[in-house]
Design a protein around this ligand. Structure first.
Ligand code: AVI
Length: 321
């Protein structure tokens, strides 16, 4: 099973039976691993928003600084009459910074699996841009999308994928996702993607081990969710969060580690955790500019333009065919 991640929320979860199977399979794997979308129940989504405000979590700060500095240049390069399709819709500030610079956008199409966050972000955006046509799409952006018919013909379609969510996919899956996006953007279209960059270990590890313990709470919240939804018996105090940078692989690897030998109930099955056994729950991949260009090539895309934040921590990259 692959460790996939994107911000899905509570009501997006698969039916309980499917969830049970996913978790049983993950706990039966060697090493154990669970998909990171399990983080994002309502509480997990709220914790993720808090993570974005932690001083150590440079990604959000850097991406906002980047857009503050370069949204005008980006909009100029994209030109007028763009249809902006956003993968996920939870990035109101970033989207606003971009939309306010775009000349005569044809439509904004936020794509999100669950309807409630979609409704909320539509409301917020409509208040800021009363004349902007908004065409929400309730769909799983990892699957092929049927984009709504635009209100008028766009000059091109830009798929906006901010926040380094591409980093939560393993390389092969990331290439597959980009290739799927390549089909959706059409011949003249492009992809504007947020990519977190490789940097010193200390900076990266601090971002996933904030002092206030919010990321640790976010990680362990997955166990609370499984207790609630599947009747598991995880004791929160008997597990710990561990996020380490694997420099060879270029990624943060987040694990939930068992503090002792213990048996956990998952439906009718029981699984044994040994003392210090680690279960993989998330990858957050970091790229050099060259590595990301190679990934784009694998997906049949080329990097047209790169913008960096003033500290050079984070990049927004524009990919075309
Ligand atoms: C959503 N995603 C880009 C975050 C990241 O940085 O990988 C999720 C996250 N996990 C722990 N902290 C933040």
């Amino acid at each position: 099973m692959s460790v996939q991640a994107y911000a899905v929320r509570d009501e997006q979860r698969p039916p309980d039976n499917a969830l049970l199977q996913i978790v049983q399979r993950g706990l039966g794997a060697r090493p154990k691993r669970l998909p990171s979308w399990l983080f994002y129940d309502d509480h997990g989504s709220a914790l993720f928003e808090q993570i974005c405000e932690q001083p150590e979590y440079y990604l959000t700060r850097a991406e906002i600084a980047l857009l503050t500095a370069h949204a005008g240049d980006i909009a100029e390069m994209l030109g007028p009459d763009v249809r902006l399709v956003e993968y996920g819709s939870g990035h109101a500030i970033k989207t606003r910074l971009l939309l306010q610079q775009l000349a005569a956008p044809v439509a904004w199409v936020p794509v999100e699996l669950s309807s409630e966050p979609l409704r909320l972000s539509m409301q917020q955006m409509q208040a800021h841009f009363p004349l902007l046509p908004i065409q929400p799409l309730a769909a799983d952006f990892t699957r092929p999308l049927r984009l709504p018919v635009p209100p008028r013909a766009p000059r091109h379609t830009v798929l906006y994928f901010p926040g380094s969510t591409i980093g939560n996919f393993e390389e092969r899956e990331a290439a597959q996702l980009l290739r799927k996006m390549r089909g959706e953007m059409g011949d003249n279209g492009g992809i504007l993607v947020g990519v977190d960059l490789k940097k010193d270990r200390a900076t990266i590890e601090a971002a996933y081990n904030d002092r206030a313990g919010i990321t640790a709470a976010f990680t362990l919240n997955m166990l609370t969710r499984l207790n609630r939804e599947l009747g598991c018996n995880f004791e929160l105090g008997a597990f710990r969060h561990r996020a380490r940078y694997n420099a060879m692989a270029g990624r943060i690897e987040t694990h939930i580690v068992s503090n002792k030998e213990q048996r956990i109930r998952v439906g009718r099955l029981q699984t044994l955790f040994r003392e210090d056994e680690a279960m993989l729950v998330e990858y957050s991949c970091k790229y050099s500019l060259e590595e990301f260009a190679a990934l784009a090539t694998l997906a049949g895309l080329a990097v047209q333009q790169i913008w960096l934040d003033p500290e050079g921590l984070f990049s927004l990259q524009y990919l075309t065919r």
